[in-house]
Design a protein around this ligand. Structure first.
Ligand SMILES: [Zn+2]
Length: 399
């Protein structure tokens, strides 16, 4: 079976490379994915997927098979913007190929997986027709860069598609990634009492009230303990805002915005508790809140979600991870596991819904969002072999 699949993928090599090139040439900034989603849907129809459509949020969804185990392959098809064209060695939307590598915005984060998933689907349909022990959903999700997790949250909560297992196409450099640190945003607000700068003793300065809290947050960051394999969490003051009736007055309002990365054992409650302890120590009346992430998809669908994205990680012995490691050995001759530093749609599938999730894709995570994004085309071919075989290895493993 393995040989048959891999040979069929090899035979699609030129189509695969042309497809990734086309996906790079279609600019698809977050919230502007209409063209790429419509292209993906029409291609999935052409490839013989049993169903292909865009959902109420604007995600592209294709389905193959009708078996009892539901597997979801997800690649977000939005990218961050290019704001530094002059630092790119190749045009960011050219899809230029040189010495076996492709360059452009999205060749790492994370269009190659989308091309690989689609060609794997085409090959599966061509070989097996309608006879699958699984249902495979291939998702091209939108707005991930602005709202990690939300596109898949939408599919599960609002579209009635609940997978049993998920494979993400975020860059893993052909390793099996099995978790990520969580993240959340918080705000701390203090109020003071305004007074004329010439009579400042009559006021209470909100900035001075915030100062010891900021200083303790800086110390807290250094005290956070690592937990393997995810390493240590972090806390960062990302923004500070203050108000005063004029620049000649005592400030009566100060607010800081925090970015918190969470390792194993850290969650919303523990993070808020740490901050409450700091506030209590300074006998402050500062208030903590968790902001909402809000936006509108290309389809005009509005969303709002709390800026809390839970940590998730699976053991190497977990059946999903194990099946992926076996598939990796078959497809590329070796298998290594790892975790992401950044956040992914797994915060919804694994973090929120507890659905076992892993990732496997070409490309180095540290090149994401940079002008150095590059794809080794042969790695995409290897990943596509992995995608074509993986559903069978998983079914075999969980029997
Ligand atoms: Zn990504």
């Amino acid at each position: 079976m393995k040989e048959k699949l891999f040979n069929a993928v090899e035979a699609e090599k030129e189509n695969l490379f042309a497809l990734i090139q086309k996906l790079i040439q279609i600019k698809s900034y977050s919230g502007e994915e209409k063209e790429i989603v419509e292209f993906i849907v029409s291609k999935m129809q052409e490839y013989g997927f049993d169903e292909a459509f865009h959902d109420g949020f604007g995600n592209a969804i294709g389905r193959i098979g009708n078996g009892p185990i539901k597997i979801m392959f997800d690649a977000h098809v939005d990218t961050v913007k290019v704001t530094d064209t002059e630092t790119w060695a190749h045009p960011p939307f050219g899809g230029v190929i040189e010495n076996g590598k492709m360059f452009g915005r999205g060749v790492v984060d994370e269009k190659p997986a989308m091309a690989g998933f689609m060609i794997a689907g085409k090959v599966l349909k061509a070989i097996y027709g309608n006879d699958f022990p699984f249902t495979l959903y291939v998702v091209g999700s939108v707005l991930e860069e602005d709202a990690d997790g939300y596109p898949l949250y939408h599919i599960i909560a609002n579209e009635g598609i609940k997978p049993d297992f998920v494979v993400l196409g975020e860059p893993t450099d052909l390793k099996v990634y099995r978790g990520q640190r969580g993240r959340m945003e918080l705000k701390i607000t203090v109020t003071g009492k305004s007074a004329h700068g010439a009579h400042n003793q009559k006021g209470i300065n909100a900035i001075y009230k915030m100062q010891p809290i900021i200083s303790d947050i800086e110390k807290l960051d250094k005290k956070l303990k690592p937990k393997q394999p995810l390493g240590k969490g972090s806390i960062t003051v990302s923004q500070i805002v203050s108000k005063a009736p004029s620049v000649c007055s005592v400030s009566d309002f100060c607010e800081i915005h925090l970015d918190r990365r969470m390792t194993i054992g850290e969650n919303k409650n523990s993070v808020v508790k740490e901050l409450k302890a700091i506030i209590k120590k300074h006998k402050s009346d500062a208030k903590i809140s968790i902001p909402n992430v809000e936006g509108t998809s290309w389809k005009g669908t509005k969303f709002s979600q709390e800026a809390y994205f839970p940590t998730w990680v699976y053991d190497e012995k977990h059946p999903l991870v194990d099946a992926a490691m076996r598939t990796s050995k078959e497809a590329i001759g070796k298998a290594k596991s790892g975790v992401w530093s950044f956040s992914t749609n797994g915060v919804a599938t694994a973090g929120h819904f507890g659905i076992p999730t892993i990732g496997f894709a070409p490309g180095k995570e540290e090149l994401a969002h940079s002008s150095k994004e590059e794809l080794i085309l042969e790695d995409l071919l290897k990943a596509t072999k992995f995608y074509s075989l993986f559903p069978f290895e998983l079914i075999e493993r969980i029997k």
